[in-house]
Write a protein of this length. Structure first.
Length: 569
């Protein structure tokens, strides 16, 4: 019997209408000696409209949206979750409410929600591997699964390969009980439609050689993969390109699987590698034939998004993966005496393979920002998202050149060390900041500039005063900006916001989230931001020494249409 059943809709008779009014009068008379509480009035309204409320439980999209909103806003209780676990659910995400996920809840999901196609249990540490296996064994319709940061182990992967034949996406990142070798069933007996695997920071790192070996098996065995994130992915490409499969023999013996060389020859002999699925279009099948007939030296992978690369493996990756659209690259481990210039040249050569097609680029780079200008000029014209970590700021010119090289960015995130000495010292305010020759990013929606600082210092050193010009240019031209983070900015921010709000306020009016932690900003600017940004829902001003508790209380007392969360310590 279903948990909820929609009542039959029929016209209300005159006698029923009179009886309902009589019931209301009787209920009202019972309470006439005391004023009606808002709670009682609301309950009466709910009772009167229960027929419409029950309609909610017949529409899966409404239930899924309600669960998502409750979870994201931290309003989802265990009782509400049990109430909303209904058979018509296709999507269930509990990553924001992982503390509610228990073995009993998993049993309830198994009993009620066997039509689930998407399940996210990220961060759920209260559920054992056995409970996860029991859950997955009955979810045969599952297409997307996230177990990031859970107790997932090799038994879970085996269960997946046996029970979830339709699985397309799997995220097991940060699963410390899952060694790289446990992923082999996905390569050897995995789902035919399996296209996406995220497995960064797994295992406890006992054997550093396991990551590249497991990645090589995945690349050869799971031929439909288009998205792969795993440590050692770059080295796996080097192994395949050089066909030096013997370096993985000890791994193969220990895991009890055929050696990598046998897998290579088997896939080529049976013409499995690089083939698309039989259901794809004739055009795709034509491309398959080209891949089958190509010599070994022209062997290509279908990957479009990769994470876990190193600079030393970039040449092999560019040779095997010509269709990449997204790259995450760590340049810290590059071996070369002339480190900075070598990295720049190596990057430019490697990224040139994807010029005009790369959309997302993430780099961990320890050299000066100026060394990245040339590589970004090679691939920046098509970039939509750029993230740089660990770079050293060295003046306005490299930053301006970066902006000119990437005109289509919708997301820009820079984590930088500030200059060691004052760069292009300029303490002018307001109109003197304006420079109409500076570039801006008209499509930008997210801007994050984070500068490193010493925790023991109360204030960051204002050692890059001319940065105000670049910030003004970015803010005045980014009409779609939604999220702004300026952390420990090495310049005063009041002049920048004053000019933008006076002359170019339109971009800031669309802001939803603003973080100005550890930055030089005053109450005047904070007040203008709160008043001008009508859609603002979050303002983080932690460690802003120019504000006091009294200032923050005044900001919070201002009347607004949208609720505003202000953080200050």
């Amino acid at each position: 019997m279903p948990l909820f059943r929609q009542a039959e809709v029929r016209a209300e008779s005159e006698s029923e209408r009179r009886k309902r009014k009589s019931d209301w009068r009787e209920w009202n008379e019972e309470e006439e000696d005391e004023p009606l509480s808002l709670r009682r009035l609301c309950l009466f309204s709910v009772a009167e409209n229960m027929r419409d409320v029950l309609f909610l439980f017949t529409a899966s999209d409404l239930i899924e949206e309600l669960l998502r909103v409750l979870s994201q806003r931290k309003l989802l209780s265990r009782a509400a979750l049990h109430l909303l676990l209904l058979p018509q659910l296709h999507t269930l995400s509990l990553s924001h409410s992982y503390n509610l996920v228990t073995a009993n809840l998993c049993s309830l999901i198994t009993a009620r929600c066997q039509s689930l196609k998407t399940l996210d249990l990220s961060g759920a540490q209260n559920v054992s591997s056995a409970a996860i296996c029991s859950l997955l064994s009955d979810l045969s319709c599952l297409q997307s699964l996230s177990l990031a940061g859970t107790l997932c182990d090799s038994a879970v992967i085996v269960t997946l390969t046996q029970s979830c034949s339709l699985l397309q996406h799997l995220d097991v990142s940060r699963c410390l009980h899952l060694p790289p070798g446990a992923l082999l069933p996905l390569a050897l007996q995995g789902p035919k439609h399996f296209t996406s695997l995220l497995a960064l920071d797994i295992g406890l790192g006992e054997d550093e050689g396991d990551g590249p070996a497991a990645a090589a098996y995945l690349l050869l065995g799971a031929s439909a993969l288009q998205r792969l994130s795993i440590e050692g992915l770059g080295l796996a490409c080097v192994i395949i390109q050089s066909k030096d499969f013997r370096v993985t023999d000890s791994f193969s013996t220990r895991e009890g699987v055929p050696c990598l060389g046998e897998l290579w020859h088997a896939t080529r002999d049976h013409k499995k590698y690089g083939l698309t699925l039989a259901e794809e279009t004739d055009e795709s099948l034509s491309e398959e034939k080209k891949t089958m007939d190509a010599p070994v030296g022209q062997f290509k992978l279908r990957l479009r998004e990769v994470q876990g690369l190193t600079l030393d493996s970039l040449d092999a990756v560019s040779s095997l993966c010509p269709d990449l659209r997204s790259i995450s690259l760590n340049c810290h481990d590059h071996d070369d005496d002339d480190k900075a210039s070598s990295q720049s040249i190596h990057l430019s050569r490697g990224l040139s393979c994807w010029s005009g097609q790369l959309h997302f680029l993430s780099l961990q780079f320890s050299g000066p920002l100026s060394e990245l200008v040339a590589p970004l000029q090679v691939c920046g014209s098509s970039l939509l998202s750029l993230k740089l970590e660990g770079v050293q700021a060295d003046g306005n010119l490299p930053l301006v050149a970066l902006l000119r090289a990437c005109p289509k960015l919708t997301s820009l995130s820079l984590h930088m060390d500030p200059p060691h000495s004052n760069q292009e010292e300029d303490d002018s305010d307001d109109e003197d900041i304006v420079d109409w020759d500076l570039p801006f990013l008209p499509h930008l929606r997210t801007l994050t500039l984070t500068f490193s600082f010493e925790e023991r210092q109360l204030k960051p050193v204002l050692c890059w005063t001319s940065l105000k010009r670049v910030l003004w240019s970015l803010l005045r031209g980014s009409v779609h900006l939604r999220t702004l983070s300026l952390i420990a900015a090495p310049c005063r921010l009041d002049p920048v916001f004053r000019l933008v709000l006076d002359c170019h306020a339109e971009p800031l009016r669309h802001l939803r989230r603003v973080s100005l932690q550890r930055s030089d900003v005053t109450m005047e600017t904070a007040t203008r931001l709160v008043d001008s940004c009508r859609h603002l829902t979050m303002l983080d001003m932690s460690k802003c020494w120019g504000l006091t508790r009294s200032n923050v209380n005044k900001l919070q007392s201002r009347r607004r249409r949208h609720k505003l969360q202000i953080t200050w310590t």
